[in-house]
Design a protein around this ligand. Structure first.
Ligand SMILES: C[S@@+](CC[C@H](N)C(=O)[O-])C[C@H]1O[C@@H](n2cnc3c(N)ncnc32)[C@H](O)[C@@H]1O
Length: 287
């Protein structure tokens, strides 16, 4: 068995593989935004004209969905050039040429000419893309890079899995913990919580955190936690969305206000009344 640890470069190669490109291109053409993504965009980004940065845009599933929602100042990047090609083609087909697509690695954003420091009112890393970065220090580098790119008060919206989201998951991870204690884990995995598998959608690396880990990573990288909830608590999803993507946890965090006292742009702090159609009415947002 291969024993070399999974690297960022391996993940990029896996996403550039034709099997993966076809999978994400199909989702970009036929699936679009999830109901939960739409609801949280309405909630946290009511102004369609603010500059937004989408990390890990892949073939453009969320990017084109955001365009269709009316967001007009979009910069989307991915390190997988083949995925990005698909996104560019789809944008041209849908007359969304104003979207800026960039090749960039989320773990090394500093000094990218198209991603200047302090520019963006929001950063998005949908469908667990942040968790496809192997190594906690690299995930933290990505969180730091996105923070640098954002203006004070900006909101970061992203998803992760949650190792504790069901009794079955908890039981499976207890077994995995025992394997790590015995030193019998897959030797390619850099950390506990990682998975690497191959199926009809290609090869996938994924880190599955628990909630405490993400709270610690946000705090360590200068993001203030604002909100988190399981997807099923945010909005019901269609069968097609549930087939494409299993349960995940949404997170929102704010870049701390500057010492000059700039006002937070997040609607949850400014009395904004969201469009709540399709959103779970019991969901608690920050006051
Ligand atoms: C699960 S896919 C999601 C693609 C798209 N956002 C969607 O929802 O269909 C994760 C994306 O993150 C990208 N990604 C992973 N690590 C990255 C990194 N270090 N820098 C830039 N993109 C990355 C992958 O290339 C892939 O396109």
């Amino acid at each position: 068995m291969e024993t070399k640890k999974i690297t960022v470069a391996q993940v990029r190669a896996d996403f550039d593989d034709p099997v993966s490109v076809v999978h994400y291109a199909r989702a970009a053409h036929f699936l679009g935004l999830w109901a939960s993504e739409r609801a949280l965009m309405e909630r946290f980004f009511p102004d369609r004209n603010v500059p937004l940065l989408e990390a890990g845009c892949g073939a453009g599933r969320a990017t084109l969905g955001l365009w269709d929602m009316g967001y007009r100042d979009l910069t989307a990047f991915d390190f997988a050039a083949e995925q990005l090609d698909q996104a560019r083609h789809l944008a041209a087909e849908r007359r969304a040429d104003a979207i800026r697509f960039e090749v960039a690695d989320a773990t090394a954003l500093a000094q990218h000419p198209a991603i200047p420091a302090g520019k963006f009112a929001g950063a998005l890393f949908f469908f667990n893309g942040l968790m496809q970065i192997p190594g906690r220090e690299h995930r933290r580098a990505a969180l730091q890079g996105l923070r640098e790119a954002c203006a004070p008060g900006a909101t970061l919206l992203f998803t992760t899995h949650d190792r504790d989201h069901s009794p079955t998951e908890r039981a499976l991870w207890r077994l995995e913990a025992a394997r790590w204690e015995r030193g019998e884990q897959d030797p390619r995995l850099p950390e506990f919580g990682d998975r690497y598998f191959e199926d009809e959608t290609g090869r996938t690396f994924m880190h599955l955190p628990d909630r405490a880990e993400i709270l610690a990573d946000l705090a360590a990288t200068g993001w203030q936690h604002a909100f988190d909830a399981l997807r099923r608590e945010v909005a019901p999803e269609t069968r097609a969305v549930r087939d494409f993507s299993d349960e995940c946890r949404f997170w929102a965090a704010h870049k701390a206000q500057s010492s000059s006292g700039a006002v937070c742009r997040c609607p949850c702090r400014s009395g904004f009344t969201p469009d709540v159609s399709g959103i779970n009415p019991d969901l608690q947002f920050p006051n």
